[in-house]
Design a protein around this ligand. Structure first.
Ligand code: ZN
Ligand code: ZN
Length: 261
């Protein structure tokens, strides 16, 4: 499998995952052109994408979905409430590319894609796990907190893209208006760097050895701070980074190094 976050952060998200036979995107939250150029830079063609899976209707996850689907005839997969929530912002898509998903996993070529609920303030937000043979990748961003359900679903993943959204102090003392600060810090907002570190401590117990930190806030975080905070939480627990677990950063504005496994 190949796993490559094309863009990750509050300004737009799209994750590329492929197997020997199929390839999908999780979200397409930037203009179609940006997704096309990111795919080109990793030598992939948009018309080979077998489906776009949507986590939730926030614009940083759906901005380019309609354009890509219309331009390259790509099916879009989302649950019923997410469809309702994003219908206006993505525009008209072909009826046969409108795939409503439920609790059952979706089979694309040799991959199985399953969704699970995440605590976030959207209509029916989900994370995804993608399995292919013995390999498993999980996407867990836009989390108010690291819930039991998230923990159960990401268990046993070779790679997890986990949210490390903000530094709590930066949110508290930053420029956002109070209601927005309260939203970000709430149980249906976003996961802080510190809570991300704590979540990784849990995940290591179930043998997860490769975590990519993503969905960083542009205003309330920066990559060095996210990384250092997470690493210091792990150190306090006696976990050795690079030995017990690999920690890397998903880039905001360009494709991250892709991981093949
Ligand atoms: Zn969101
Ligand atoms: Zn988001």
């Amino acid at each position: 499998m190949i796993f490559c976050p094309l863009y990750s952060g509050s300004s737009g998200n799209s994750i590329y995952v492929s197997s020997n036979y199929g390839s999908i995107l999780i979200d397409a939250g930037l203009p179609g052109k940006s997704i096309e150029s990111a795919l080109a830079s990793i030598n992939r063609e948009p018309n080979k994408i077998d489906g776009i899976f949507i986590t939730h209707e926030h614009i940083d996850h759906v901005k380019g979905v309609g354009v890509l689907s219309r331009r390259y005839d790509i099916p879009i997969f989302a649950n019923e409430l997410t469809w309702k929530g994003m219908e206006k912002s993505i525009g008209k898509v072909k009826e046969e590319n409108r795939k409503v998903i439920g609790v059952d996993s979706i089979n694309i070529k040799d991959m199985y894609i399953a969704s699970y609920s995440i605590p976030h303030d959207a209509s029916d937000p989900v994370g995804y796990t993608i399995t292919c043979g013995k390999n498993k990748v999980s996407i867990a961003t836009d989390l108010g907190y690291f819930s039991r359900e998230v923990e159960e679903n990401v268990k046993g993943s070779d790679i997890v893209l986990l949210e490390s959204n903000h530094d709590v102090e930066m949110v508290k003392f930053g420029p956002y208006p109070y209601p927005l600060k309260r939203r970000i810090l709430s149980d249906v907002g976003h996961l802080s760097n510190y809570d991300c570190g704590k979540a990784i401590v849990n995940m290591i117990k179930s043998n997860c050895k490769n975590v990519v930190l993503g969905h960083l806030s542009k205003t309330n975080n920066y990559p060095e701070l996210a990384y250092e905070t997470v690493v210091s939480v792990l150190r306090e627990e006696g976990i050795k980074v690079n030995e017990d677990v690999l920690i890397s950063m998903a880039k905001r504005d360009m494709p991250s190094n892709y991981i093949e496994f």
